[in-house]
Structures are given as structure tokens and as C-alpha cells.
Design a protein around this ligand. Sequence first.
Ligand code: NAP
Length: 281
Amino acid sequence: MKIAITGATGQLGHIVVEQLKKRVSAESIVALARNTEKAKSLGVEVREFDYSKPEILNGALQGIDRLLLISGSELGKRAEQHANVINAAKEAGVKWIVYTSLLHLETSSLNLAEEHKSTEQALKESGIDYTLLRNGWYSENYTASVPGAIGGGAFLGSADQGKIASAPRADYAEAAAIVIADETNKGKTYELAGDQSYTLTDLAAEISKQTGKTIPYNNIPEKEYANILKNIGLPEGLAMGLASWDVSASKDDLFDDGKQLSELLGRPTTSIAESVKIVLS
Ligand SMILES: NC(=O)c1ccc[n+]([C@@H]2O[C@H](COP(=O)([O-])OP(=O)(O)OC[C@H]3O[C@@H](n4cnc5c(N)ncnc54)[C@H](OP(=O)(O)O)[C@@H]3O)[C@@H](O)[C@H]2O)c1
């Protein structure tokens, strides 16, 4: 039995490989990477794999039984890229695909939803058994702003009082490894998020508590926030994306209280306070 992981060189993918090694033999794991050099340190078989090169995908998937398709990072190209992977998987005889989708996909106002919807549809039409890991927000998306908030004296955002149930990448990665190692997860859809939710006001209060400095949360209009992010050097598309995702957060689109992630993990998810502590250490 062979399990292949796409995006194995990414921040999520490499933790999945580590976690999977604890559950199945390293010989049964295949890391799929567009940069094979980058994947060598994973200690498993590596095969070249680029979602945008359909001509190499079928060959790379030969002999693969289970595939973890980690969504790509090139926004706007992903629906086509993921369809390339699913088509190749079908041709190569892959028996089961686990896909990292988006929390509450049917109702989410996040502009990221469209590409995930298209991929979920392609999976449905493929006839291959599949499982959906509808991942919520990574805590790191917010904790990456902790140093900036300390330097600037305030945590900025446009999420207002929206409730955010995030978890660190490591929790989602461990869950992905647990799911793909166990065939009884075939056909399931998991809505994955942190056990506890917080608002950005709560997050700013946590940063204040842990640093001993007063860091308030300043909620600002979407355009203004996007401009600030652009002015500190973020590419325009990413700055606009981050601001718009915050507006979705203000509508509670990053909230969930189903606790399916901790159920899969068999332990509580890592709290935002713990994630802040890690950034500050
Ligand atoms: N839930 C969330 O909050 C959240 C946040 C950010 C992203 N995401 C999604 O979750 C995914 C995994 O997150 P992450 O933190 O691990 O992202 P990441 O560190 O950016 O890793 C993305 C992975 O996808 C690979 N990739 C990108 N385009 C590819 C292509 N055309 N062909 C083959 N591989 C390709 C990258 O390969 P290289 O190493 O060669 O670049 C990398 O291994 C992201 O790609 C994105 O879809 C979710």
C-alpha cells in the first residue's frame, strides 16, 4: 500500500509526512514535490509532481493507492491544477483521495471558496472514493502579526468582533495523517477547526497579557487595512486578500464549534494562547 502526499515540501505537507511516518512504514510514503531537491530531507521516496504539468502527473501516481491532495498556493490557478491531479489520479488507478478544502464551504463568503467548490465537484464527478478535510484558519495566519502588533503598539484588522476558531498547522497536519492512515475515513467530510474561538480583541488582550504591554485591537475598514498591508511591503493581491478574509471573519465564517478536529486528534486542539507563546519564545 502506497500513500502519496502532494505539497510535501510545504509547511503543512512536511508535518503530514512526519506524522504519517509514526503510523505507517516510511517505505509506503511517497512525497510529491515540484522541487524534488527540497523534499529529500523528508526521508521517504520523492517523485516530481507539478499540478501545472499534467504530462508528468500520471507517471508520478503509478502504484499509488491513497493520495493526500493538499490544495495549492497559486490562487486563481488552483481549480485547473487540482482538476489535473484528479484526472491523473483516475487514470493511474488511485483508489482514495483526501483533499484539504475550506471550512463550511457551502456557506463561506471567503473568496477562496470558489476554487475549493470546483475541486470538490471534480472529486465527486471522478468516481474515486474521497474524503474532505474542510480546514479552518491556521492560527499562524494571525500570530504572524504578533511582532508587528508589538512594534506598532496595536493589533490591526477588519475582523471586527467575528469569532475565529483557528488551530495551528501542526494540528491540521496531524489530523490529515490520522485520516489517510485509516480507510474507515473514506467518504467522510470533516469540518476542522480549533476547540475554542476568539475575537481579535481577545487575541490582542492575550498578547498584552503575555508581553505585559498594552496592545489594543484596532478594527479598521477593509480598504484602509489592505493599504496598510501594502505599505508594509505585502504584494497587492495578498494585502487585499488578507483584508477581505478578515471581513469574512467578521461574519463568523472562520467560526465552528463542532470540535471534529479534537475528536480526530484524540486531544484538545492547541489554543491561541499557546500559539502566541510559541511566537514570543
Ligand atoms: N487554512 C488556512 O488558514 C490556510 C492558510 C494558507 C494556505 N492554506 C492552503 O493550505 C495549503 C497548505 O498550506 P501550507 O501552509 O503548507 O502552504 P505552503 O507552505 O505555501 O505550501 C504549499 C505547498 O504546495 C506546493 N505547490 C504549490 N503549487 C504547486 C504546484 N503547481 N505543483 C505542485 N506543488 C505545488 C508547494 O510547493 P513548493 O514547496 O515547491 O512551493 C508547497 O509544497 C496551501 O497551499 C493553501 O492551499 C490554508
